[in-house]
Write a protein that binds this ligand. Structure first.
Ligand code: COA
Length: 373
């Protein structure tokens, strides 16, 4: 006895209040009232994280101090490095991030909620270190130095990943990517974090729970899946015929569609432009051309638009980022939004506990265990 639930997936339902971002109102996105396009053009990720966590744009001195604080917190405790060394290369990096964050919470528990910002900033500072330290150790046998003179998360991540100073363009693109991914209202992982926070749990548990939600291909995992799709094709023609075939088979094309936006995802135009710029400087722009063709076919055939994840795939590819690290970059950024939501939830808390529409049998007879079939 099953019946279709109206409003499945809580679509379109208001599940709480936030002053952190507006999603989808006139198809736009704004963090604390600041349009995403302007933030991507003018701000840095650290300014955006500060805006989300401290509810104001920092002045120059505050930004310098904030960057210095994050920089001073990037190194990992030895026992966390030892845990990361034990995780095999076959592990999924999102599982590594989940375990790394959990271990950090064991070593440096939040304790009293009055320490929340200290724990949050420590997590923001260590996320790139956790995933890159594990990646270099497990894949290349390197015990990398996590300390360098990069003053941004974007520069720090690219530097420790590639073992050299990144170009200004690569730093800018990574910074823009981190800004675009930082916050997105009541998406699945943020809602997970808020549910966890509403039980008055600690901040590390909230972030670990959120990482688990982000991991899925219908959410953050889509950038990785988009890459796995488009790297198969060597021409626009091949891409077009394969996509049409997939659509005929009722397959979902990762990196398209959105639960809230109905006309466009405002983040797409921003990252697409940078993916294009990077492709023009690369030896071959085939991947970008293929991605553009897929976008066109999806618009023509399904009237569907690329979401934020789709053009992140070629953008990251052109910066030499291994596909398996795509979704962890999302974590590095979104931890700022998750944490800001947890703080907001804690400040005005009531445990989140919705109800379910019962669709089971009305009444069941008790059968003794020996008599059960
Ligand atoms: N490719 C092809 N068809 C798609 C599609 C996609 N990416 N996304 C949705 N559709 C189709 C569905 O098959 C469904 O068709 P139907 O009505 O014939 O069954 C219809 O569009 C509605 O899709 P639905 O999954 O119910 O939408 P949703 O609002 O529940 O889901 C997403 C939103 C984002 C989960 C969904 O679009 C998706 O899975 N996209 C791919 C994963 C992705 O890119 N995620 C990142 C989001 S930022």
């Amino acid at each position: 006895m099953t019946k279709k639930l109206e409003g499945a997936g809580l679509r379109g339902q208001v599940a709480g209040e936030t002053s952190l971002s507006t999603v989808g109102q006139i198809e736009g996105l704004a963090y604390r009232g600041h349009k995403i396009e302007l933030l991507a053009e003018k701000a840095t990720f650290e300014e955006v994280a500060y805006l989300l966590l401290y509810d104001k744009l920092p002045n120059q001195e505050e930004l310098n101090n904030y960057k210095a604080l994050l920089r001073s917190q990037r190194d990992l405790p030895d026992s966390l490095k030892e845990v990361l060394q034990k995780i095999p290369a076959t592990a999924h990096p999102m599982d590594v991030m989940r375990s790394g964050t959990s271990m950090l919470g064991n070593l440096e528990p939040e304790g009293n909620f009055s320490n929340q910002l200290d724990s949050i900033n420590r997590m923001i500072a260590t996320m790139p270190s956790i995933v890159t330290y594990w990646y270099k150790f497990s894949h290349e046998g390197l015990d990398i130095d996590l300390v360098n003179d990069e003053d941004s998360m974007a520069g720090h991540f690219l530097h420790i990943l590639h073992g050299e100073k990144p170009s200004e363009l690569h730093k800018k693109v990574m910074d823009v990517s981190l800004i675009l991914y930082a916050e997105h209202e009541f998406n699945a992982s943020t809602f997970t974090a808020r549910v966890c926070a509403s039980t008055m749990s600690d901040i590390h548990s909230c972030v670990v729970a959120a990482i688990g939600s982000l991991r899925g291909p219908l959410h953050g995992g889509a950038n990785e899946k988009a890459m796995e799709l488009i790297e198969n094709w060597t021409s626009k023609e091949e891409a077009k015929s394969n996509i049409i075939e997939m659509l005929n088979n009722k397959e979902k094309i990762m990196g398209f569609g959105h639960a809230v936006y109905s006309v466009r995802d405002p983040r797409n135009a921003v990252i697409k432009e940078y993916a294009k710029q990077l492709s023009e400087l690369a030896d071959t722009d085939t991947l970008y051309q293929v991605a553009e063709e897929v976008e066109k076919v999806m618009a023509d055939e399904k009237k569907m638009f690329a979401n934020a994840d789709f053009f992140h795939a070629p953008a990251y590819f052109y910066m030499g980022i291994p596909t398996k690290l795509f979704t962890p970059i999302f974590v590095m950024s979104r931890v700022s939004g998750w944490a800001a939501h947890c703080m907001e939830q804690r400040a005005n808390n009531r445990i989140i506990r919705p109800s379910a529409e019962y669709i089971g049998v009305e009444s069941s007879d008790w059968v003794e265990i020996a008599d059960r079939p």
